[in-house]
Design a binder for this molecule. Structure first.
Ligand SMILES: C[S@@+](CC[C@H](N)C(=O)[O-])C[C@H]1O[C@@H](n2cnc3c(N)ncnc32)[C@H](O)[C@@H]1O
Length: 356
């Protein structure tokens, strides 16, 4: 058993921008004079650090904790058990947020959504999951090990062009073509199985002068494979708009991204809501074209030097947050979302009393 396996869960992960997330969500999660308790959906429960902070500091709030990793749900469930039925764990992929809240009786909207993207330190620390280039392990990299293709499947089946695209687009790897060619050539001898073999191959593909800067040369290849294996960017493209749609008026969303591709998706979805959709030149902005979100951060919030010193993972964080001002105008919703929002209003009137 590794040291990590015996360290208490709370010590194994320090949530990034912990207090800032809670402070941004808090105004939306205050007790209300009438009606049910305010609800936060933590879309990336992980080890429950952020969720624990919300439950401890905002005693009226309930938390629905989503994670696609069953192991994270189990550990966070133990950590949060003292909060009883104020915490509800859900095994799901976060783009299913609309269905999750509807199923739990909150189709009328929740008051908060938190997304702390990427992998957890639990996933990085568990050597056999294959996320870490520093430890030799099977090439798995699935956040949910019960389903989907592994990193080995990608390396053993994608053609050179697709491998180049993955490494270039998701890893921003300058030597994507050379690495992809070597991956394909090497698998003619024997299939890809272990992370250490991949680290060696990437190192051999990168010129010595470049290797001297920028940390482990395999870092970008590992990031690219992880994103591909878990379909992270496609899921996020669907999830951010779905999370915004899950918010009631007055509800708040906070998203922490750790690389530019994620942050671009988040930035775009928030900008869509904070910008008027009226055609330019109209003398009066029609009500239906007014922004439906209000940005709560100027650009993106970053970690300060003290936090980066304590927790190097926070160096790359970009936090964006927004508050819902009004429902999304119908002309900005796709046909499926429009149908869903109509069903949601019906659900709201029939299910309110079901809420715990
Ligand atoms: C950075 S960790 C979250 C840490 C958490 N905020 C805490 O305080 O412990 C990200 C978590 O999100 C989960 N995750 C990533 N992508 C997901 C997705 N598409 N759907 C559901 N969970 C996801 C991962 O399995 C991981 O446990």
């Amino acid at each position: 058993m590794s040291d990590d396996a015996v360290r208490p869960t709370a010590d194994r992960h320090r949530p990034v921008l912990f207090q800032q997330c809670i402070d941004l969500l808090a105004p939306a999660l205050q007790p209300r004079d009438a009606g049910p308790a305010p609800v936060l959906v933590d879309c990336t429960l992980g080890m429950g650090g952020h969720a624990e902070g919300v439950l401890a500091q905002l005693p009226q709030a309930r938390v629905i904790g989503i994670d696609r990793d069953p192991q994270a749900l189990e550990l966070a469930g133990e950590r949060l058990s003292r909060f009883g039925d104020r915490f509800t764990p859900v095994h799901a992929v976060y783009d299913e947020i609309g269905d999750v809240v509807a199923r739990l009786g909150y189709a009328g909207g929740v008051q908060g959504v938190l997304m702390d993207l990427g992998v957890s330190s639990l996933q990085l620390d568990e050597a056999d999951r294959g996320f870490a280039y520093a430890q030799d392990a099977p090439l798995d990299m699935r956040m949910d090990q019960s389903t989907g293709q592994t990193a080995a499947d990608v390396l053993n089946t994608y053609d050179e062009r697709d491998l180049t695209r993955v490494l270039r687009d998701y890893g921003e790897e300058r030597f994507a073509g050379k690495i992809a060619r070597s991956i394909v050539r090497r698998r003619a001898d024997r299939p890809w199985e272990r992370t250490a073999e991949l680290v060696d191959l990437v190192r051999a593909c990168i010129p010595a002068a470049t290797r001297k800067t920028g940390g482990n040369p395999a870092k970008r290849t590992f990031q690219a494979l992880r994103i591909e294996v878990n379909g992270e960017l496609e899921v996020l493209e669907r999830a951010v708009p779905a999370a915004i749609e899950a918010l009631a008026v007055g509800g708040r969303i906070v998203v922490e991204s750790y690389q530019s591709l994620e942050d671009r998706i988040v930035k775009r979805a928030i900008a869509r809501g904070t910008t008027s959709s009226a055609p330019p030149g109209l003398p009066v902005e029609p009500e239906t074209h007014r922004p439906y979100l209000r940005a709560l951060t100027r650009g993106a919030l970053e970690a300060d030097a003290a936090e980066i010193e304590r927790n190097p993972r926070s160096a790359s964080v970009r936090l964006r947050a927004a508050e819902r001002m009004r429902p999304t105008p119908e002309h900005l919703l796709g046909p499926a979302a429009t149908r869903k929002s109509r069903t949601a209003s019906t659900a709201r009137t029939t299910r309110t009393e079901d809420r715990p």
